[in-house]
Design a protein around this ligand. Structure first.
Ligand code: PBG
Length: 332
């Protein structure tokens, strides 16, 4: 659509910005609490939490505290919460068996949340990195991150999470064929209504740094993730990945990181018209919080402006560490 603008003074576009009422009428995009998915970090222990140094305002919580936080999020109207485990070093092994243990931290947290906040949708992360001795999302054999054996493990992980009661599975590993394999296994096991939000266009990004601190993967990671996560220079490839994941049975797709990749969100939404989400990742959160702590930016305003940007780019929602703060602000 080419916008038609008659010549001045027939068109004075400032007429439409003249008052709050007119600006409200002309507003094209709106952020609501329905757009928020809240990522939380879970750790072992009882009634405790520890701050994540590189993410001011974010903490790791024990399972009971995660359940409490989920109840608060539900009361704020946040539709979904996403669980990431901080796994103790003793549970990180070469075979990653903790990843599909029915009693691992994620699966404990899913059940605990379902007990106290049954209405909030519980999302998970599917990847081996929190359980892997070398910090990679897949098995490493002779220095190579192997695809097909990793997919078999991801399927076991997915089934354990579905069994624990997860509503939304989030494969974040970027192996080929994992969506199809997980979907087939879910159908075979009677988990027909479990949805998959695929981390479809996940870039090999330096913006994940603080997250790797939060889950204790920073020091474990040997090498980089460039053989499975996307090259930041690519855009057409994202569309091929979306097509592939939809064909394999993904219900929703994700672009990650968020702010530096809003062009990808827009292309995906325009081309496919499917539920499209973005992940405003740890480094984006850290950047904003660091500037706010210095008094250089107005925290509430930049938070809301950044989140609105995702809606304007075509996203149906955004995973954000700001979810409770944004929800509270919108409630006021
Ligand atoms: C790991 C995973 C990562 C994030 C979500 N899942 C990090 C990575 O791929 O190294 C990043 C989230 C964030 O930075 O907030 N599978």
């Amino acid at each position: 659509m080419t916008p038609t603008v008659p010549p001045f003074p027939a068109a004075r576009l400032r007429r439409m910005r003249k008052s709050p009422a007119l600006r409200a009428m002309m507003r094209e995009n709106t952020l609501t609490v329905d757009d928020l998915i809240w990522p939380v970090f879970v750790m072992a222990g009882q009634d405790d939490e520890t701050p994540v140094a590189s993410m001011p305002g974010v903490v790791r919580r024990t399972v009971d505290r995660v359940a409490k936080a989920a109840k608060e999020a539900q009361d704020l109207g946040i539709p979904a919460i996403c669980i990431f485990p901080y796994t103790g070093m003793e549970s990180r092994t070469e075979d990653c068996a903790e990843a599909w243990s029915p009693d691992n931290l994620t699966n404990q947290a899913i059940r605990a949340i379902k007990d106290v906040a049954p209405e909030i949708a519980v999302m998970t992360d599917i990847a081996l990195d929190p359980y892997n001795i070398n910090g990679h999302d897949g098995f490493v054999e002779d220095g190579i991150i192997v695809n097909d054996r990793t997919v078999e493990a991801l399927v076991k992980m997915a089934l354990a999470q579905a069994e624990a009661g997860a509503d939304i599975l989030g494969p974040s590993d970027m192996m080929d064929g994992r969506i199809g394999a997980i979907r087939t296994a879910l159908e075979a096991d009677g988990h027909r209504d479990v949805t998959i939000l695929s981390y479809t266009a996940k870039y090999a990004s330096a913006f994940y740094g603080p997250f790797r601190d939060a889950v204790g993967a920073a020091s474990a990671l040997k090498g980089d993730k460039n053989t499975y996560q996307m090259n930041p220079g690519n855009s057409d490839e994202a569309l091929r990945l979306v097509q592939r994941d939809l064909n394999e049975g993904a219900d929703m797709v994700m672009v990650k990181p968020g702010m530096p990749y809003l062009d990808i969100c827009r292309r995906v939404k325009d081309q496919f018209g499917v539920p499209t989400f973005a992940y405003q990742v740890s480094g984006e959160y850290a950047m904003i919080q660091a500037a706010v702590a210095n008094g250089w930016l107005d925290g509430d305003k930049v938070m809301m402006e950044a989140l609105l940007g995702f809606k304007r780019a075509g996203c149906d929602g955004v995973l954000t560490y700001f979810a409770p703060a944004a929800a509270r602000l919108m409630q006021e």
